[in-house]
Design a binder for this molecule. Sequence first.
Ligand SMILES: NC(=O)c1ccc[n+]([C@@H]2O[C@H](COP(=O)([O-])OP(=O)(O)OC[C@H]3O[C@@H](n4cnc5c(N)ncnc54)[C@H](O)[C@@H]3O)[C@@H](O)[C@H]2O)c1
Length: 226
Amino acid sequence: MRETPTGTPDPAAASATRDVPDATLARLPLYLRVLQTFADAGAATCSSVELAEAAGVNPAKVRKDLSHLGSYGTRGVGYDVEYLQYQIARGLGQTQTWDVVIVGAGNLGSALSTYGGFAPRGIRVAAVLDTDPSRVGSTVGDVEVRPLDVLDAVVAEHAIAIAVVAVPGEAAQEVADRLVAAGVTSILNFAPAVLQVPPHVQVRKVDLSVELQILAYHEQRKAETA
Ligand SMILES: NC(=O)c1ccc[n+]([C@@H]2O[C@H](COP(=O)([O-])OP(=O)(O)OC[C@H]3O[C@@H](n4cnc5c(N)ncnc54)[C@H](O)[C@@H]3O)[C@@H](O)[C@H]2O)c1
């Protein structure tokens, strides 16, 4: 069981995201940001319409998204802002700290490990590993780059379930195999490779070039219709 930042086991957090669709999960951080602006403005409650307008989502979708977290609001009153913030944070696993390991301490791995935006969301880079002896022993952010050989020990020591793959495409499958063997069950893959993993392991692939290509496509369409 992972622990909350205060060290208290949080069983509710472990089950909070069960059965929540990915599309809903992707909108929850947006709601969280909007709710923080409401809280900063001193609002104790908000309606689904207010939340929807501020988030740029339709109100029915907001209500459906929040119902996945067991949050239905109160008729005529709306949602309690503070409690909804807690429920969403719990749904996103942010009431607990998740230690992750980054494999590959090159341009991308280094940038990710020094990024300050993970910690507020309950993600801590516990280890950065690389096979290049010239990188091992250097420091990225607060973390010393260690050899890939310590993977098993690092995963066991920090009870790591989540890993980031930031190695060249040709090394990605071998790294994934080692991660799975070490006990990692979730992989965020940046490498240009389709990873083969057992069914109990979840892989999410990030490809910024695809995102840029989509924007380029829309720009081209705009230019064509102009
Ligand atoms: N998906 C995206 O949007 C996106 C964006 C940028 C880069 N990338 C990909 O991310 C990966 C990293 O890119 P980069 O620019 O940081 O490359 P890089 O060459 O700077 O870094 C790669 C690092 O991986 C290490 N490495 C190689 N084999 C290894 C292994 N078996 N185990 C552990 N470490 C190993 C290397 O020593 C190096 O430090 C590449 O596959 C690249 O194509 C993806």
